[in-house]
Design a protein around this ligand. Sequence first.
Ligand code: ADP
Length: 587
Amino acid sequence: MAGRLRTLAGSFRGRIVLGYALIVLLLAGVWAWSLYEPLTQAALDQQRSHLESIAHVSAIALSETSASPAAEIRSLVAGTGLRATVVAADGTVLADSAQDPATMANHATRPEIAAALRGAVGTDTRVSSTQGVAQMYVAVPSTLDGARVAVRVSEPLATINAIADNGRRTGLLLLLGALAIAVYAGLRLSALAAEPVLRLRDAAESMAAGDLHTPIPSGPGELGELATSLETLRDTMRGTITELEGGQATLHAVLDGLQDAVFVFEGDRVALANRAAGALFRVPAAGWRGTVLADVMFPASLAATVRSNLACETTNTAEVGPDPEGRYYRVTAVHLSPLDGSPRTLVVVADVTEVRRLDAVRRDFVANASHELKTPTSAIQLLAEAAGHAAEDGDTAQAMEFVGQIDEEADRLRRLVVDLLDLSRLERPPGAGGVTDMRLAIANALAAHRSAAAAADLQITLDTTAAANDDVYTTADATDVAIALDNLLANAIAYTERGSVTVRLSADRDTVTVAVSDTGMGIPAEHLPRVFERFYRVDAARTRVTGGTGLGLSLVRNAAERSRGSVEISSQVGIGTTVTVHLPRAH
Ligand code: ADP
């Protein structure tokens, strides 16, 4: 109850009701204060004139009666609660309706008696010496048996006050009634006044809760203006929020589109992470937000680097790795302006393992290619010198032999350069469109190698039974197909001493397959996974004889993959090798 009253007192309505009640109390107080004295006085005056009338009647009755004055006045005031006294001119009490006159003192000095004995109406209010209570006295002149007497009528003030109290009680009741009416009116009026305010409050509360579409109720006067202001505020907020949401969505889309992991740390806790962060490092079970650095699944070295860069004042970049999985990371830490006093750091983590690997591959390739080029070049230089000396010595046969070797080395150099040119071609993105007739491409390749096969006493056969009567076209580029077939046939012939080389063409709905098999020496199983690497050779001595560049199979793989095809190899030492190329079929 007390709590509700306190709430009411603190509320808008409560203040209105309290205001009303205070005003009523104040007005009633002023009213009561200003009327109290006059009302009391009026009651006394009325009572005085009442007593005076009775005194006059008693005086007349006394002057005309033949009975004893005591009996006369007793009968006059009997049952009225009044007291009547008859006092002689010398102040002796002749008769009293309440007391034996013999026991009563001389009344000559009583002001009302003195006045009456002088022929006037005397009044007084005082505590009775005989009765000990406050009394109102009214005395009038009269005659008894021809002598001047004073007839006095008195009444206890308590009786008069009771009448005044009665009036006051009625006043108080009226006041309470007015107060109740004021409170009720206050409640009703405040309810009326508060209603638009409460509706505005509800609208403002739902706005604060995030509902920016809630209608704002209008109200009278200033409340209407307040509603308009609230509406403007709501529209501004909606615009700002939409703008912010748009900006944030763009930011998230941009961040999620990045390949690198992006984190924003507040202190040592993650405030934001993009999608790549989840792909590179596991997303914590409770989500990224609020995860401390120690709980982020960073490899130890990466975590240490990030930690040392948190709250950095500058932009730092560092490369860390390899981690236990052999991965390398580049970490960039950027200082951001603090938010709510806590330092913020943008941390971008890029997985540079592949970049590093490609770098290493490229470095190796340049070193290998330089080495491969240097070998025949040096040989040519030496052979040319030797041929020169032989010619000087007049040894023409020797000179011619050196010239022949120069020719071989030059040819080897030419093949190497051709392979390198093919390789650089195959590393470029493929051109659009175009189809290649596989039967024609195989026929051309076979024609180019038939004499070499014949020289090696090898039989070359073409098997197209699996693609009988079918047009077999591929979307692969004709030159790429030619490079692949050329290298496969060259290898099959080079690494087969006796037997045959077979080319098989087959096709299903989506794929064209060419398999080149031989009955040659085969490749030991441990070398098979690496034969497609550039410059990888199974047996260097053997290759020297065949004159291979070590690039043949890597060219085949590049050609197949450039056309979104694939290649595989199977081999058994002493039995033979089959290299199979799958290419997308053109319809
Ligand atoms: P190369 O130009 O030296 O032949 P490749 O890349 O074409 O280089 O082949 C890589 C290695 O695989 C060769 O050194 C060779 O030892 C082996 N190889 C390739 N094809 C065959 C095959 N048909 N039979 C046996 N060995 C082969």
